[in-house]
Design a protein around this ligand. Structure first.
Ligand code: S3P
Length: 741
């Protein structure tokens, strides 16, 4: 930094309080300006600023400070802004950039317009979100802004050079700079900063007023201390802020007063359900906020979070463990539990980002959900008609299943909704559900090509239809059956090949009759669901990585416990056995309407096969790792009839072929499948997983038979379906580490 040219020649800081002083000293420390001149009406503070070395020079007058400065920073109390602007007006250079550090931005812009007649493009209001209960120049701290946010609110016609230099200045002080509109800034701050300060001041005042000796505070515990810390902030500054941001603050106070009143009513009426609902929703939101702070929430943009797997070649796998819960069943347990009458308890719930997004979406619609706590979730069902309109879009992360099943449910609700997802989900086709739903009477708007977000109009009457599915998709089938619960008459779906039937089984478990006639499943609308308990088995799709790992790595033996072996999901076992794998299925039992077993798998010599087409829908998510098995087998493996793989979280045929090619393995891509000659050497190299969790985990497994180090990029989404994958893989013998996790 020191070798670089300063960003401004001469910076005038008007007002040497905590923020003005800290900014001055940060600019000096990092040599971001040629000279920092300070001015303050309080001559003692000004002299102190110079003697403490916070500023280079104390100006004798505001004229001295402003004239010749190419950046002028107002760091005065918000209510003093207008007077100071009037004082600087005659001396401000035309080319100078003018900014401030106040907590409210509409008031600053209004003052600028009042004094200057209009807002010049070089006026860029600012607000560092940093502070402390300390005030005054003695508290000035050049590190105050490090890792804090600074919000700039440039106008539409802002001078680009001014904005980029001001941004660079704050970044040079260690801050992260965000830009937003003036009005949005004031709304956001009213809600997240001004209201909490008001409540803290008011609460402490109420308690102190009730007890003149303030004895009551002797008994106050940590909660009180945490909650009221901000009531010790500067009263003058805060009285300014409330008066300056009056409209936005009044709106948020009204909203809060209304919600507080509701809690009062609930307590008066002994209405525990409302209390529990509000508290659990708040707890979830607070935990989510903690995750945002530590950068792990599912709403954090995964394209920004880069996780790379590093793998060393070779190894054998051994051990006995249970992989996380089934993703398909976890989603469905929340959906049906929420719509049931009564309380549903779920064990074995998958705490992956996708199923957590589904859980959050139902909380957003007013459902009380306790947990998850080690796979345990308690859902307080609201009944078929009990969902409430969410306040914003429902965010469904990476999950095609969630979006398609939600589409069926939301089409039948009395309120409008919008379904959104991450970058990968936003590219996936939703016409396959929107079209038949429209035929039932739903009103759904999508982006070009039927892509998300889906905007669904509420209050539509749905009619049952018969639908012949053009593709074998459990998601489409489930979507229509869920919409059918609300439709007039019967809704039936015929599938071209058997697909997973968890929706049908779980509906039966909740007491809703599903008629079966060969390939056709149907429901009659208008019934109710009764709460029940659900034990989610381990996900066979997650177990699949270890079935292949133990098969291809010499001297391996694994036991995978409590795996769901629903016959509509066991294609991976069938295919691996056809290839010669040594897999034993034992301890078979039925739990909550789903078959479960333990699986023992040992290393085996695999042979290439023509994969029977009837197995394709039964192993649809397992093909990426089956391709790795095929590379390690003797002879050729041919897959056909699997065009659906091209519209999963990535184009799994092409992305796998590209990944294999990066490791020196040839595969022939066809329109609906792939041809892989077994026995090729897997070399070292870098594979791009394209953010697809199953591709990333498949190449981790490939390392067991590789000849060199493998790096797999873009792996953050592994957390959507398999939290703890890296640790589990390490513990059983795969030489894996994750960077950026
Ligand atoms: C799923 C169905 C399958 C599968 C997905 C989960 C489900 O998708 O690939 O991971 O839970 O219904 P399709 O229905 O698109 O085949």
């Amino acid at each position: 930094m020191s070798a670089q040219k300063p960003i401004f020649n001469r910076v005038a800081i008007l007002g040497l309080g905590l923020i003005g002083g800290s900014l001055a000293s940060a600019i000096r420390r990092h040599r971001l300006a040629g000279q920092v001149v300070g001015y303050d009406k309080r001559s003692d503070e000004l002299a102190l600023g110079e003697s403490l070395g916070v500023i280079d020079q104390a100006a004798n007058s505001i004229q001295d400070a402003v004239q010749g400065s190419d950046l002028v920073v107002l760091a005065v109390p918000v209510r003093a802004t207008k007077t100071v602007l009037e004082e600087i007006k005659p001396w401000l250079d035309d080319a100078a950039v003018l900014t401030d550090v106040g907590s409210t931005k509409s008031s600053f812009v209004a003052d600028v317009e009042a004094v200057f007649g209009s807002r010049s493009p070089r006026v860029i209001p600012g607000h560092p979100i940093a502070g402390s209960e300390k005030s005054g120049i003695r508290a000035a701290n050049p590190e105050l802004f490090v890792s804090h946010k600074v919000i700039l609110t440039p106008g539409d016609d802002a001078d680009e050079d001014a904005l980029s230099r001001l941004t660079a200045l704050w970044q040079g002080c260690g801050a992260t700079v965000l830009t937003m509109s003036v009005s949005y800034h004031d709304e956001v701050l009213a809600a997240t900063s001004h209201l909490p300060h008001l409540i803290a001041f008011s609460l402490v005042d109420t308690l102190a007023g009730e007890d003149e000796n303030m004895d009551i505070f002797r008994y106050a515990a940590g909660g009180f201390r945490d909650f009221t810390r901000i009531a010790a902030s500067d009263p003058v500054m805060w009285h300014d802020i409330f008066l300056s941001n009056r409209d936005a603050v009044l709106r948020v106070i009204d909203h809060f007063t209304h919600d507080l009143d509701q809690l009062r009513t609930a307590i008066a009426a002994q209405d525990g359900a409302t209390l529990l609902r509000v508290f659990s929703r708040a707890k979830a939101a607070r935990e989510h906020f903690s995750k945002i702070l530590s950068g792990q929430a599912f709403v954090t943009n995964h394209s920004e979070k880069q996780v790379t797997f590093r793998l060393q070649p070779g190894g054998a796998v051994s051990g006995e463990f249970r992989v996380p819960g089934d993703k398909s069943m976890s989603h469905r347990s929340i959906m049906l539990g929420a719509l049931a009458e009564g309380i549903t308890e779920v064990t074995g719930f998958l705490e992956g980002e996708d199923s957590l997004a589904t859980l959050q979406a139902f909380r957003d619609m007013g459902v009380t959900i306790e947990g998850p706590d080690n796979g345990f979730v308690r859902i307080h069902g609201v009944g078929m008609r009990g969902l409430q309109a969410p306040r914003g879009p429902l965010y469904l992360g990476n999950s095609g299943t969630a979006m398609r099943l939600f589409a069926g449910l939301m089409a039948a609700q009395p309120f409008d909704s919008e379904l959104t997802g991450d970058a990968s989900l936003s590219k996936r086709p939703m016409g396959r559900v929107a079209d038949p739903l429209r035929a039932m009477g739903a009103v759904i708007d999508a982006e070009d090509g039927g892509r998300p977000p889906l905007r669904i109009s509420g209050g539509q009457k749905l009619n049952g239809i018969h639908y012949e599915m053009p593709m074998a998709s459990a998601q489409v089938k489930s979507c229509l059956l869920l919409a059918g619960l609300y439709a007039e008459g019967s809704t039936s779906v015929t599938e071209p090949a058997p697909t997973r039937d968890h929706t049908e089984r779980m509906l039966s478990g909740f007491g809703y009759h599903v008629y079966r006639d060969g390939p056709t499943a149907s429901v009659s609308g208008g019934g109710t669901l009764s709460a029940c308990n659900i034990d989610v088995p381990a996900d066979i799709s997650s177990a699949a990585f270890f079935l292949v790992a133990a098969s291809i790595a010499p001297n391996s033996e694994l036991i995978l416990k409590h795996v769901g072996i629903n016959p509509t999901r066991t294609g991976v076992i069938n295919i691996l056995k056809l290839m010669g794998a040594d897999i034993e299925v034992f301890n078979e039992r039925e739990i909550g309407g789903e078959p479960v077993a333990d699986l023992r798998v040992r290393s085996a010599e695999l042979n290439g096969i023509d994969i029977p087409e009837d197995q394709v829908p039964l192993a649809i998510d397992e093909f990426p790792v089956l391709f790795i098995a095929a590379v390690c087998a003797r002879g050729r493996t041919v897959l056909r009839g699997a065009e659906e793989l091209r519209v999963k979280e990535s184009d799994r045929i092409q992305v796998m072929a590209d990944g294999l090619a990066a490791l020196g393995v040839n595969a022939v891509v066809t329109a609906d499948g792939i041809i892989i000659e077994g026995g090729q050497t897997i070399g070292g190299g870098t594979v791009d997983s394209h953010g697809d969790h199953r591709i990333a985990m498949s190449f981790a497994v490939a390392s067991l038979r590789a000849s060199g180090d493998i790096e797999v990029t873009d792996c953050a989404n592994v957390a959507t379906s398999f939290p703890g994958f890296v640790e589990l893989a390490q513990s059983c013998g795969i030489h894996i580490s994750a960077e950026g996790a």
